[in-house]
Design a binder for this molecule. Structure first.
Ligand code: 13P
Length: 250
């Protein structure tokens, strides 16, 4: 099953307007030369519409980093999936470990947000991943399975769903699992998805956690790794584009 590689930048809480637009323009300018992967930028919500404008015509997509489960209402400070779509987003990240930790988001909350994304016509990038303690206790694969079963609503398709495997201990630390560990995790995720949706073979599975130009070639070459969710390295256009260029297969 051919799955187009997706290289997604999660800018997290970084980027004022001028810098964000300049970064988006640099990515857009280098996108064509960086190969065939689909590129996606997920800036802070204040930048979604201006980054969408800066990327217009480049083929680089825009996404949000979170959304509320409801379409509108009395939820001070929150942003709905409909608002993100209205601002130009095609994707939204849900259930990032920083949201799970900082905001107490459970699998049930992530599932409701995924449904909200679909309601608004967005693709949801659902994040899962184990802590170091869970890995050391040998609980990684059951934990990933429980997160998938709890976070993914019925009716997932390859256009509506992307899954990002982000080991919590690899995020922003410079540490990554071995190629064999990533391969095991992704193989298991694919198998569990097979029980949840008929189109599991076509769903893209991203690896995230300290992906850089230096380690991208070996990570992106793993059979069930269909792209990356990039934090720190997505804040430099050259690094982000170099990661994209490392995915040579499709
Ligand atoms: P880093 O690439 O900075 O480790 O962040 C990964 C991440 O959390 C992307 O969502």
């Amino acid at each position: 099953m051919a799955r187009r590689t997706l290289i997604a930048g999660n800018w997290k809480m970084n980027g004022l307007i001028a810098d964000g637009i300049a970064l988006a323009r640099d990515v857009a300018a280098g996108a064509a030369a960086a190969g065939k992967a689909e590129l996606l930028l997920c800036p802070p919500v204040t930048l979604v519409s201006s980054v969408a404008a800066a990327l217009k015509g480049s083929g680089v997509a825009v996404g949000g980093q979170d959304c509320h489960a409801k379409a509108n209402g009395a939820h001070t400070g929150d942003i709905s999936a409909e608002m993100l779509a209205d601002a130009g987003a095609q994707y939204v990240i849900v259930g990032h470990s920083e949201r799970r930790t900082d905001h107490g988001e459970t699998d049930g909350v992530v599932r409701a947000k995924t449904e909200a994304a679909w309601r608004a016509g967005l693709s949801a990038i659902v994040c899962i991943g184990e802590t170091l303690a869970q890995r050391e206790a040998g609980r990684t694969l059951p934990l990933l399975e429980a997160q998938l079963r709890g976070s993914i609503p019925a009716g997932a398709t390859a256009t509506k769903l992307v899954v990002a495997y982000e080991p919590v201990w690899a995020i922003g630390t410079g540490k990554t699992p071995t190629v064999a560990e990533v391969a095991d995790a992704h193989r298991h995720i694919r198998a569990v998805l097979g029980g949840l949706t008929t189109g599991a073979d076509a769903v893209r599975l991203l690896y995230g956690g300290s992906m850089k130009p230096a380690n991208a070639p070996e990570l992106l070459a793993i059979a069930d790794v269909d792209g990356g969710l990039i934090g720190g390295a997505s804040l430099k256009a050259g690094d982000f584009l170099a990661i994209a260029a490392a995915s040579t297969t499709n």
